[in-house]
Design a protein around this ligand. Structure first.
Ligand code: SAH
Ligand code: SF4
Ligand code: F3S
Length: 456
């Protein structure tokens, strides 16, 4: 079967209205969630009808993550399981997108011959054209290359979202940390123009969104153009966004410790709309490992950054990401990580065992430490992170919190799920018409991963 690439697909603005159903499955980070939402807007605008379950959908769209080998395997396992269960059949059009799409491109057709279309994070906007081309010719389509910002210009207006919405402010990453595949899947970093971002946020707020989460792999290095052709900065963007009427809460992720400049800290101090929560991945507490990771900061400069942030915003909660078992990590290196964790006392943390990613510089390094030893260290680290997370939650008992009601509780359909400024989930009783509203609650109970609150 022939493979067609984009230069043979014309991007007509007047694609004929299509018929059929689609289902979107998404893995990975918030940037994928944003892309998946935009794919929904796009497919709906083309005439397709979304279905919440994959069973029997005409088109199944997979928005995938390649950050660790496990994330990648999940997608192929899922496809196998669906086939086995009869969820998909020979007529289902399977379109694999996201970071695995960009990473493996044509190879994917060999790994799973039932896949008809391969696209990447930068070519999501061409998906309806790829589907039409495949339907018309039966030729498989692999299309993963595009300019970083092309997608944003080609997307239809935002659809209706919940009370909180993601807004991608930049695509790609140029940092090239030695372990990370993202620069190779999402490409070099480029920032969206400031006005495009502000317009997108205004549309969301007109649709009832209360909270905006600005997204990028390294938001601190945002350098979009202003309407008069000047280069903006992340701090400047924060002031501009904060001035939009109707915005109740502003979050951003991810901030790299390297470029966390004083003007960003000043914006966090000046702008109460910015939430009391910030995610700053440290990755390791050992300077030797940080150097091998090419992170360009030290454990002490990270400690100083945290101290400055806590001075600017005494209530700020800080979370982090840590990689355990980077090639050659010794027990001394790991002890340095534990020392940092105990110094900073993170409010919460995500930790992962290092996963070798093909094509990254770290994949060339010797990695003599047995997996079992890495797993033991991960366990020790996670116990400690959990201990601090519990302490912070206990400290919230009896406090009054402004929360945004996000929806119905997953465990009990008669209860609501809300989120505090410092990113803790609160379960409360109340009518469904509170969804989308900011309410004030008293924290009455601390559960394992959530809090319970009562309206006051
Ligand atoms: N841009 C963000 C991180 C994006 S990837 C930043 O620089 O902070 C999300 C997290 O996945 C990273 O913070 C890191 O902890 C983890 N990660 C990335 N590559 C990994 C790998 N090869 N193995 C294990 N964890 C990895
Ligand atoms: Fe990966 Fe580093 Fe870029 Fe984060 S900053 S996406 S870890 S290369
Ligand atoms: Fe995964 Fe790509 Fe995000 S690799 S973490 S989906 S940028």
């Amino acid at each position: 079967m022939a493979i067609t690439t984009t230069d043979r697909i014309t991007l007509s603005p007047n694609l004929k209205i299509q018929q059929g159903t689609f289902h979107v499955a998404v893995w990975g980070c918030q940037m994928n969630v944003y892309d998946a939402d935009r794919i929904r807007d796009l497919m709906s605008a083309a005439g397709y009808v979304e279905q919440a379950e994959p069973n029997g959908a005409d088109i199944i769209i997979l928005v995938t993550c390649a950050v660790r080998a496990k994330a990648e395997d999940k997608v192929f396992n899922q496809l196998g399981a669906w086939r086995h269960q009869g969820v998909t059949d020979d007529h289902t059009i399977i379109a694999l997108g996201g970071c695995v799409g960009a990473e493996l491109a044509e190879q994917i057709l060999k790994l799973d011959p039932t896949i008809a279309i391969v696209f990447g994070p930068r070519t999501a906007h061409r998906l309806p054209h790829m589907v039409s081309s495949y339907k018309a010719t039966g030729d498989k389509v692999v299309d993963v290359q595009a300019e970083a910002l092309e997608k944003f210009d080609a997307l239809p207006e935002q659809g209706q979202r919940g009370p909180s919405a993601f807004v991608t402010i930049m695509e790609g990453c140029s940092n090239k940390c030695s372990y990370c595949i993202v620069p190779y899947t999402r490409g070099e970093e480029d920032s969206r123009p400031e006005q495009d971002i502000l317009d997108e946020i205004v549309t969301h707020i007109d649709h009832g969104v209360k909270e905006i989460n600005l997204l990028g792999q390294n938001v601190n290095s945002y350098r979009g153009l202003t309407p008069d052709g000047q280069v903006s900065s992340f701090a400047n963007l924060l002031y501009e966004v904060a001035a939009i009427p109707g915005l109740e809460r502003l979050r951003f992720t991810t901030s790299n410790p390297m470029e966390f400049t004083d003007d960003i800290i000043a914006a966090i101090h000046d702008l109460p709309v910015i939430a009391d929560y910030i995610h700053i991945p440290v990755q390791s507490g050992s300077d030797r490992i940080l150097k091998l990771m090419r992170r360009n900061y030290t454990a002490d400069s990270y400690r100083e950054l945290v101290a400055k942030l806590r001075q600017a915003r005494p209530n700020i909660y800080i979370s982090t990401d840590i990689i355990v078992g980077f090639p050659g990590e010794t027990d001394e290196d790991f002890a340095e990580t534990m020392r940092l964790v105990n110094d900073v006392k993170f409010d919460s943390g995500f930790s992962f065992i290092y996963s070798k990613r093909p094509g990254t510089p770290a994949a060339e390094l010797d990695d003599p430490v047995p997996l079992e030893h890495k797993k033991q260290n991960l366990y020790v680290l996670q116990e400690t992170l959990e201990k601090y997370a519990q302490q912070y939650s206990q400290g919230m008992l009896g406090t009054t919190q402004r929360v945004l009601v996000e929806g119905v509780s997953r465990k009990n359909a008669h209860e609501l799920k809300a989120r505090t400024s410092n990113n803790r989930v609160v379960i409360l009783e109340g009518d469904r018409d509170l969804i989308g509203q900011m309410v004030t609650v008293n924290i009455t109970e601390v559960m394992t991963h959530t809090l319970r609150g009562v309206r006051c």
